[in-house]
Design a binder for this molecule. Structure first.
Ligand code: FAD
Length: 191
């Protein structure tokens, strides 16, 4: 299917609305207020990492007072914060600073092509159930994180096939509030 083309040329297209995409969005708005930009986020909410992982007990591993955004103070204590609190904090930052009007949720960037003739990127985007559309920009900022949200890396754990308990890929579960230890795990390759 041929994508429809938006005539407007943005200065920047940002892919992803996790910490990186939200932060760069704020910086563009405040440091380069005359520039135009749009953020495409594949998920239904902002937050990336902090919206995706749901396993029991998931938290940051550094204090949010240090890890948080300098321009939107972390409202809680000096703690290792649970994922959903970090996601809510990012959503609050986006709302409070009017960044939401630049963010298109449930919009996935499928293709990006640079034209040396036009000196522009053409980015093909699909929204859930929608037809593909092309957007043009002078700069493309990839804030897509560092792991594959759809196809997690399979860990090659020696002896796993003999493990009698339950095992899960944390990307997709378990999503219950408690985990009980069961079974035992041993491997002849263990030290
Ligand atoms: C359990 C855990 C604890 C952690 N603790 C810390 C910590 O304490 N301190 C620290 O510094 N880091 C920590 N991290 C690392 C954390 O992931 C990063 O710090 C940060 O959240 C990454 O943000 P990001 O925006 O770069 O990427 P992500 O959070 O991965 O966001 C990328 C976004 O891009 C979107 N996206 C990807 N591809 C496309 C596409 N084609 N089109 C549209 N959208 C797309 C995704 O949907 C996602 O929303 C932790 C990670 C985990 C899993």
């Amino acid at each position: 299917m041929t994508p429809s083309t938006n005539q407007h040329v943005f200065d920047y297209i940002i892919m992803g609305a996790g910490f990186a995409g939200v932060n760069i969005s704020y910086l563009l708005r405040t440091e380069m207020p005359n520039s135009t930009y749009i953020v495409f986020e594949n998920r239904e909410r902002v937050g990336g990492t902090w919206d995706f992982w749901k396993y029991p007990g998931i938290r940051s591993d550094s204090f949010l007072a240090l890890f948080g955004l300098t321009w939107h103070p972390w409202p809680h204590g000096m703690d290792f914060a649970e994922a959903h609190r970090i996601r809510d904090y990012l959503e609050d930052a986006v709302r409070c600073h009017g960044l939401d009007k630049h963010i298109r949720l449930s919009h996935k960037v499928n293709k990006a092509k640079w034209s040396s003739k036009e000196l522009l990127w053409t980015v093909t985007v699909t929204s859930s159930g929608g037809e593909p559309s092309d957007f043009k920009a002078r700069y493309l900022l990839a804030c897509t994180g560092y792991y594959d949200y759809k196809t997690p890396l399979q860990a090659d754990i020696p002896g796993l096939s003999q493990f009698k308990g339950r095992s899960s890929i944390l990307s997709f579960g378990p999503r219950t509030s408690t985990l009980r230890a069961s079974g035992s795990f041993s491997s002849d390759q263990e030290q």
